[in-house]
Design a protein around this ligand. Structure first.
Ligand code: ADP
Ligand code: ADP
Length: 224
């Protein structure tokens, strides 16, 4: 069954012409790549999916319930959004990882203990990074992996990733891509990822969604 469903969604900023018009689409817990030209509305689509923006017409449903009836905080524990540039606050790795418990009042997920946090650092191959390390001293690739771990703290069902590898060098990019695949494959977390490069997951089948000319549609991947 589809987790997130858009029905006739139209969106425009203020009084500008619509960025997206009459979009019908559904997402399950699979792996989705969002592609399309710059300025087409890919980020806007993600912002709509995590209720940072609200459609001017049509509706979005999560588990069959319209977004308007979902508590926004609760919805954002289910659909966790990671923006393009990794944002970490000055402070330790542990303080950064625990931020979701501070900012999201619902805290439905159990608070992880230090051992659990260290397991996450291992899972994301953050060797040599300890819970007491200064987060703002990490490399950009490490910070991006830290923000991914942080996005998992409230145990989301889906991750919404806006070009998570845009600011990374090829090596760091490949690592993040593999880790995102692993999250989908091993933990069943749905992935909706805006991706400019020609990344195609190796271990999981991906669906390719194109945003262009105010429309959003699934297409067969064409490597040309
Ligand atoms: P993409 O992610 O595909 O590059 P965006 O979703 O960022 O595209 O932007 C789609 C269009 O909406 C662009 O024309 C952009 O300039 C415009 N836009 C984005 N954010 C805003 C905003 N906050 N206010 C007004 N226009 C915006
Ligand atoms: P992205 O392509 O990742 O959305 P942008 O550089 O297009 O990044 O946008 C960066 C920020 O500026 C976003 O918060 C976006 O909403 C805002 N923005 C983009 N275009 C406009 C616009 N035409 N007017 C106002 N804000 C905009």
């Amino acid at each position: 069954a589809a987790n997130v469903c858009l029905k006739g969604v139209t969106f425009s900023y203020d009084n500008a012409p619509p960025v997206l018009e009459q979009v019908d689409l559904s997402f399950s817990r699979g792996f989705y790549l969002i592609k399309g030209p710059s300025g087409a509305g890919k980020s806007t689509l993600l912002r709509l999916l995590c209720k940072l923006d609200i459609p001017v017409a049509g509706e979005i449903l999560y588990q069959g319930v319209p977004y308007s009836r979902w508590d926004t905080g609760l919805l954002r524990t289910k659909l966790s959004y990671v923006q393009q540039m990794p944002v970490v606050l000055p402070g330790t790795v542990k303080e950064n990882l625990m931020l979701p418990f501070k900012f999201n009042q619902l805290r439905s997920a159990p608070r992880p203990d230090d051992d659990r946090l260290r397991e996450w650092l291992d899972y994301f191959l953050l060797d040599g990074v300890s819970l007491d390390s200064r987060a703002d001293k990490l490399s950009v690739g490490q910070r991006q992996r830290l923000t991914l771990i942080r996005s998992l703290m409230l145990e989301p069902e889906m991750l919404l990733l806006d070009e998570p590898t845009a600011s990374l060098d090829p090596q760091a990019r490949e690592l993040v891509e593999q880790l995102v695949e692993k999250l989908n494959m091993e933990r069943g977390i749905g992935i909706i990822m805006v991706s400019h490069n020609d990344f195609v997951p190796r271990s999981v089948p991906a669906r390719h969604i194109y945003v262009e000319g105010k429309k959003v549609e699934e297409r067969k991947y064409d490597s040309d």
